[in-house]
Design a protein around this ligand. Structure first.
Ligand code: AHG
Ligand code: MN
Ligand code: MN
Ligand code: MN
Length: 339
């Protein structure tokens, strides 16, 4: 009998084996392959930097009230173009577009909805620090042929797949279809993603937190106390010393936490409170929460499990706490004790 092959497992082979095991449909497999291919194209553009003329501002703004970087626009176009014609999608929504977009009539429409943050961490593009792409896949509601914004407003628990690609020293795609979270590293010479960690696990306990501490004076009282207690270290109520990291690319901060544990938070503060938070539920918080939960971690708004939030708007913002389970639970306790 032939022995099972020990050659590296490509994303393509991984997905085919998942399909055979009944964990992914042929359509969803195609969708993920197309998104992964688009991420490769974005990775190449990011890697060219100044040589490719891709740095700097686009001179336009988005619905978030942000100035768009050239790479925000390029990455959005790459994802749109790659996904328009495959027949696996009914519609798309993006951080960079005011409204969702049904697949144009000239192409067949499929059963899925794709949401994405094409380029996460835009403030880091021009300074050569890791950036990424985040995506989330939902089912198009039964009987809907031309999806509109309201059809995308499904809670995180309805996601059928989610992933991110981090463009750092390595380009790494991290993916879940609801059966664990797996990491694939781009082999740049071969041009294919190779499975490098099957079944990622976020350590349950941590001594590391990630937060933009410059917002401290704007935080709510429970957050002030939570971080204040961490800063007291061994002598404080938490009884241990904590370390802090903040990259300001959610993808890179979350990837560190997926790899070695930690808690990532972008809490409610008095500056972002009118909008509900800083980070976007549909294409940042929900996909990251799905990936983290599938790796044994937890994700919350501080007051509710993230994936249980019933969305009310495509660009809705939420407070975010995610990562090591015990630490997210600690953050939630601080909020519960105060409320
Ligand atoms: P984006 O670049 O997609 O708009 O997202 C930026 C987000 C997120 O990546 C990061 O965690 C956060 O903004 C950083 O915010 P601050 O600059 O306020 O620290
Ligand atoms: Mn942005
Ligand atoms: Mn983002
Ligand atoms: Mn973005």
């Amino acid at each position: 009998m032939t022995q099972p092959s020990t050659t590296p497992v490509s994303l393509t082979r991984f997905l085919i084996e998942e399909q055979r095991a009944g964990r992914v449909s042929a359509d969803l497999r195609l969708l993920i392959e197309v998104v992964a291919r688009a991420c490769k194209t974005i990775s190449i553009a990011v890697g060219k930097g100044a040589l490719g003329g891709v740095l700097g501002d686009a001179g336009t703004g988005n619905i978030q009230g942000e100035a768009q970087k050239k790479l925000d626009v390029i990455a959005n176009d790459v994802l749109l173009e790659a996904n328009a014609w495959g027949g696996h999608l009914a519609g798309l929504a993006s951080e960079e577009m005011d409204h969702s977009m049904p697949i144009p009539d000239v192409y067949p429409r499929g059963n899925f909805l794709l949401l994405f943050d094409p380029l996460d961490g835009s403030s880091n593009i021009d300074v050569n620090v890791s950036v990424g792409t985040i995506f989330s896949v939902l089912r198009c509601p039964e009987g809907v042929v031309t999806p509109a914004d309201e059809h995308f407003l499904q809670p995180g628990t309805a996601q059928v797949a989610a992933g991110y690609c981090v463009y750092g020293p390595q380009t790494t795609l991290v993916l879940t279809v609801g059966h664990g979270t797996h990491a694939f590293t781009l082999d740049r010479e071969v041009g294919s993603f190779v499975l490098t960690t099957r079944g990622m696990r976020v350590p349950e306990e941590t001594k590391e937190f990630a937060v933009n501490a410059s917002n401290q004076r704007f935080w709510e009282p429970p957050m002030q106390r939570y971080v204040g207690d961490m800063l007291l270290g061994k002598e404080g109520p938490r009884g241990k010393d904590f370390n802090m990291r903040w990259i300001a690319s959610m993808v890179a901060d979350v990837h560190r936490i997926m790899t070695r544990g930690g808690i990532f938070s972008y809490p409610l503060d008095s500056k972002c409170a009118p909008k509900g938070g800083k980070l976007r539920l549909m294409y940042e918080a929900n996909p990251m929460s799905f990936l983290v939960e599938q790796a044994g971690g937890a994700a919350s708004t501080g007051r509710q499990r993230m994936m249980d939030v019933q969305p009310t708007g495509l660009h809705q913002r939420v407070p975010v706490f995610l990562g090591s389970k015990a630490e997210v639970e600690a953050a939630v306790r601080y909020h519960a004790e105060h409320d």
